[in-house]
Design a protein around this ligand. Sequence first.
Ligand code: EPZ
Length: 423
Amino acid sequence: MDKFIIEGPTPLNGTIPISGSKNAALPLMAAALLGDSPTTITNIPKLRDIYTFNNVIRVTGTHVDFNEEEGTLSIDPANLAHLEAPYELVRKMRASFYMLGALLGKFGQARVSLPGGCAWGPRPVDLHLNGLRAMGAEIRLEEGYVIAEAPRKMEGGSFTLNPSSVGATINLVLASVLRAEKFTINNAAKEPDVVLLCTRLLEMGADIEGIGTDTLTIRRVNSLEGVSIRNAADRIEAGTFMIAAAMHPESDVTLTGVDVGDLGHFPKIFQKTGADVTIGDDTIRVKAPEKLNPTEIKTQIYPGFPTDLQAQWSTMMTQASGASAVTDTIYYDRFSYVPEATRLGADMKVVENTVHVTGKTPLKGASVMSTDLRASVSLVLAGMIAEGKTDVLRIYHLDRGYEDLEQKLTAAGAQITRADQDA
Ligand code: EPZ
């Protein structure tokens, strides 16, 4: 098991390339199973979650070829025959649950393991299951698996998501494009990952109205064709590096290969910190402010402030001059990084679903434990500006969602080395 050894404080300078998006790639990979011919997806990052999903898809008999050098994934469902996603793989990555919509949509049958728990609390899938029932599918639970069946043509109807859910929207779209006469999703998610999925399905021959709005109407088509498509750049990775750049007063970083349009309101909110932001066609330059402003932030569904940047933002606020409050309205208890950041000297207090941060607080290196993807990257950001040596343990969490993280940050001036935790 690996850890990061970080020597700080160090500013970041230079350019950092943004990789393909994990959260946009996963639904595109599931959608490829709906095609009658192979699909090729470019701009795919080398991440553990991608490897896991490749294996989930291979279990069905589908041929998957990942050219890591080029970042190109080819998925050919010609031999897809085994309509199951096993617990051993689904428990490693919740998004494997997209197999439910894809297999049910294409074959009218699926046996998919329930995803199970998560580091920061219950993440139910009731909206996925009730939405499929509303569409006309038979859904039952058996030994921790969802058993789903649907006729060739389902009448459809409508379903309202409350709260709005990225995953449920994706599963309902995947299940309906080949099967539902007419199905309307109200309060659908508008995240760029959902918009990209729907846009690519249109290229495959699907009939979807209202893309980018919170009302999606899908009408089934008889078949879909495989396509060659590009995956989006990772908007959460871009946001993470913008925050990293603002945390040290001497930092000046330019992010390249950014899908700027996918960042929603984040750049505007980010400017409240006092950082100097220059947005280009596919670049973002961040020059750190001398003094970071404290902020009051609430996470929201897209285009609002993303919950996946909450931990990184709260950590940045330890360097702001004054009191900040960061409220997570999507996940009420996504604060597992707080006790670890406190070990570095951060002044953070969680009250219900708000973390209150007092700054500016000098951080000092120590050993800290990763608990999940975004919590662990916030500890890396803290380690880069803490005095002395910080060990970030269990970085396998990071390898799930950040490609070449230590190489990218070291190239911009950080001092991060990967080492065997048990050595
Ligand atoms: C996606 O998760 C992302 N994962 C998450 O990113 C992200 O935090 C989340 O959307 C919110 O933006 C991927 O794209 C793979 P939701 P998802 O369904 O689809 C509740 C990361 O760090 N809900 O939109 O699982 C749920 O509990 C990951 O990359 C139900 O109540 O999120 C939450 O409070 C972590 N019932 C809210 O909806 C359901 O059936 C939003 O969850 C489904 C969801």
